[in-house]
Design a protein around this ligand. Structure first.
Ligand code: SAH
Length: 343
């Protein structure tokens, strides 16, 4: 059993099963989720025989830092972690005026197949457990010695394709007995799996939902994102509206601009029509080229022109600051460079 994925209540049940007093669960939980211990050995206020029993029966997930690259431009750090089974995942640390953000992966690989994305080139290997998602944050927090205030689930993987683990992760990372990060400081980004967007909406959490749109018509979107074959763009937008209605949270649209593909005036006009009247925010970013594909990022002037078009129609649009330009491969490239892409 993976002890770091258990809630405090579940932990109490386990501890009692071992013949211990329930308050030991609270101590254990605190070691794992507040003090960010890397092993049972560090839990010095727990009796030695309890620690021994735990290490026999309960796996303790603690990610191993393989590499860390630091940007000379803005201090952004890109981490590569090794999981217990040898798989690798990447996570990013970013510092903003409003606090420190960590971008985590939710799966090893991805099966969504977005054409411009490096994370999906070899398909899905497996889902990450709640503890493996948490420990990306814990390991980075330990390594930087700083508090993490924001979490974005925007690394490798499709979080809504790993829904149950994602939900448990969200509950644990926002738990007042753990890191206690505010729900409002958590963003989950999805390529648009409609039924899970609705299920998430029904949870009525205060997290931000980001929808990777990247195209303003069904045809354009389908060119870039195979998931669009499963859900029509109108269903996806309806699910965003539903998310807002259920939660009161403004939805973010991610729009990666691909030169000559989705960055024309017509694209911008279609986008305005598509999201007209929706309480939302658009994040624009020139696509980060990957060597396996021919796509190029839109030129600066085209990005600005696109943004202006949206703003004229009173749609809130920001150009996402590209952090860690000098250390960044596009999403998933770091992991590939380490041979996991079997090159
Ligand atoms: N699967 C989720 C979250 C992971 S991807 C999703 O699709 O939203 C995080 C964001 O990065 C998504 O908006 C994704 O479309 C975008 N992305 C992936 N590769 C990119 C690239 N090469 N350049 C720019 N954005 C990219």
């Amino acid at each position: 059993m993976d002890i770091k994925s258990l809630s405090l209540d579940e932990l109490k049940t386990e501890v009692v099963k071992l013949g211990e007093k329930p308050y030991r669960a609270k101590q254990l939980y605190e070691w794992m989720h507040v003090k960010l211990a890397r092993s049972y050995g560090e839990m010095t206020n727990l009796p030695k025989d309890l620690r021994e029993k735990l290490s026999e029966d309960y796996e303790y997930i603690s990610l191993k830092e393989v590499t860390v690259q630091t940007s000379g431009l803005d201090g952004t750090k890109k981490y590569l972690f090794e999981l217990a089974d040898g798989n690798l995942v990447e996570s990013v640390w970013m510092q903003y005026h409003h606090g420190n953000s960590v971008c985590i992966s939710s799966q090893v690989g991805c099966r969504m197949g977005c054409r411009f994305c490096a994370s999906t080139l070899d398909g899905l290997e497996r889902n990450l457990t709640p503890s493996e998602m948490l420990d990306q944050i814990y390991a980075i927090s330990r390594s930087t010695g700083e508090r993490v205030s924001n979490v974005v689930v925007m690394g490798t993987g499709e979080p809504l394709d790993n829904y149950d683990n994602l939900l448990r992760f969200i509950h644990m990372v926002t738990d007042e007995n753990g890191l206690n990060i505010s729900q409002r400081n958590i963003t989950v980004s999805t390529c648009g799996i409609v039924e899970y967007m609705k299920r998430l909406a029904d949870q009525k959490l205060q997290i931000t939902l980001a929808l990777s749109l990247h195209g303003s018509t069904q045809e354009k979107r389908r060119e870039l994102m195979p998931v669009a074959n499963r859900y029509d763009i109108s269903e996806v937008i309806d699910a965003c509206r539903y998310y807002f209605d259920q939660t009161g949270r403004r939805v973010t649209f991610e729009y990666s601009l691909v030169g000559g593909v989705n960055d024309t005036d017509e694209d911008a006009e279609n986008l305005c029509r598509l999201i007209d009247g929706l309480n939302c925010h658009v994040n624009l970013i020139p696509v980060n080229p990957i060597k396996e594909r021919d796509y190029v990022g839109s030129e600066r002037k085209d990005v600005l022109r696109f943004q202006k078009k949206l703003e004229k129609r009173h749609i809130n649009a920001t150009i996402r600051r590209e952090m860690g330009r000098d250390i960044d491969g596009a999403c998933g490239q770091l992991r590939r460079r380490h041979g996991i892409g079997s090159e």
